[in-house]
Design a protein around this ligand. Structure first.
Ligand code: APR
Ligand code: ZN
Ligand code: ZN
Length: 361
């Protein structure tokens, strides 16, 4: 029996989002219905609404969520009704060339639910990142449900489903920050701050936060930055070199997604250092660099999708560290809101004083 629930739908390009009745089918083979308890508002939801991702309207928004499995379809053995889970958008296939080479965090053929959720008139919805969790219940592939310790608050747990995982993973997985490393993070929004928290967790000795906004730098310090640079006042490349014995940082994480900040990251790293691009550029952006510098400075230039996370490995581990008091995921929750306040949360994104607004259901 399909169920009717309330969900936040983006009806068309740049149209305000609306709370609509969404029809959620019973889970088919390999699928699960999850009762959503909390879902963070991410820039990607806004990009869906604005038409920056695709034209497959209407979208069911929301993808940073935690909740409880309500029912599972045939053949599902990894999760069961009652399990507390974080939803992920990397349900690995186990069979693609990345998975077969033992690198499932790069999986090239991730799963989503096969059946469609719809509006009451039968219009098929496109769930954001294959999740669609600004809804009381959502239908996903069972592999998108990652069990974690239920002692964590849902509004905190859900954050690992996207942006916070992207930042922590940029430091831990992609950048492979190690004990004693120097790290610089350019851009201290939710993603950059998560990279700072990840660098602290990894034992980085020096963590330099760079932003254009002093309030963001104050938050970055609370997240673990040891030094801060306002790049409207000081040249960030010079400042990072000065703070690292004149050399540059071992790992520089770019969490803005712009050519000028990428160039800063490129020149602010030490010889043989690593640049990690976790900020997401837009299609028209171009980067120009002297090829001799790319060659001559050595090291590695990496990009980080979803923090190169493997949800089954990383989500339970990070929740455990949070519960032990070693990773303050709660610090990323600026406000909790209701389902009908998503549009308000989009507005607040531009004011720059919110790390995450989280819808609580
Ligand atoms: N130099 C340094 N910092 C900058 C610059 C700049 N030129 N321009 C913007 N910033 C800072 C902002 O002040 C803000 O603190 O970058 C931060 C961006 O934060 P958010 O807008 O909150 O974005 P966030 O959610 O952290 O995502 C960062 O990663 O996932 C992607 O699409 C996302 O590209 C975005 C990036
Ligand atoms: Zn795969
Ligand atoms: Zn997201």
């Amino acid at each position: 029996m399909a169920q009717e629930v309330r969900g936040v739908v983006a009806p068309g390009r740049n149209e305000p989002v609306r709370v609509e009745t969404v029809v959620v089918p019973d889970p088919g083979p390999g699928e699960a219905v999850v009762q959503v308890q909390a879902c963070g508002v991410c820039h990607t939801d806004l990009h869906y609404k604005q038409g920056g991702i695709s034209d497959d309207y209407p979208f069911l928004l929301g993808h940073e969520a935690a909740g409880v499995v309500e029912s599972v379809g045939e053949g599902v053995t990894d999760v069961a009704p009652g399990d507390f889970v974080i939803l992920n958008w990397r349900a690995v296939c186990g069979r693609c060339r990345a998975c077969l080479r033992g690198r499932p965090w790069y999986c090239f053929d991730t799963h989503n639910a096969r059946q469609k959720m719809t509006l009451t008139d039968g219009t098929e919805l496109s769930p954001a990142l294959g999740i669609g969790a600004f809804a009381e219940k959502t239908l996903v592939a069972a592999g998108q449900c990652t069990k974690v310790d239920p002692a964590v608050a849902p509004e905190v747990a859900g954050l690992l489903g996207c942006g916070v995982m992207a930042g922590i993973g940029a430091a831990l997985n992609t950048g492979a920050v190690g004990r004693g490393d120097s790290v610089a993070v350019i851009g201290c929004g939710g993603v950059g701050d998560a990279a700072i928290a990840g660098a602290r967790l990894a034992g980085a000795a020096r963590i330099i936060a760079v932003d254009i906004n002093d309030a963001k730098l104050a938050t970055a310090r609370a997240m673990g930055a040891t030094h801060t640079v306002n790049s409207t006042a000081d040249d960030p490349v010079e400042a990072i070199r000065d703070l690292t014995g004149g050399h540059g940082a071992d790992v520089v994480i770019e969490a803005v997604g712009r050519p000028e900040t990428y160039r800063q990251a490129f020149y602010a790293r030490d010889l043989a250092g690593t640049v990690v691009l976790v900020g997401v550029p837009t299609p028209e952006m171009k980067l120009e660099l002297p090829l001799l510098d790319v060659f001559g400075r050595g090291g590695s230039l990496k990009s980080s999708w979803y923090g190169d996370c493997l949800p089954s490995r990383d989500f339970p581990m990070l929740i455990d560290l949070h519960l032990q008091g070693r990773l303050d995921l709660g610090a990323f929750v600026t406000e909790t809101i209701a389902l009908d306040q998503v549009e308000h949360a989009f507005d607040r994104m531009h004011t720059g004083d919110v790390l995450r607004s989280v819808v609580v259901l």
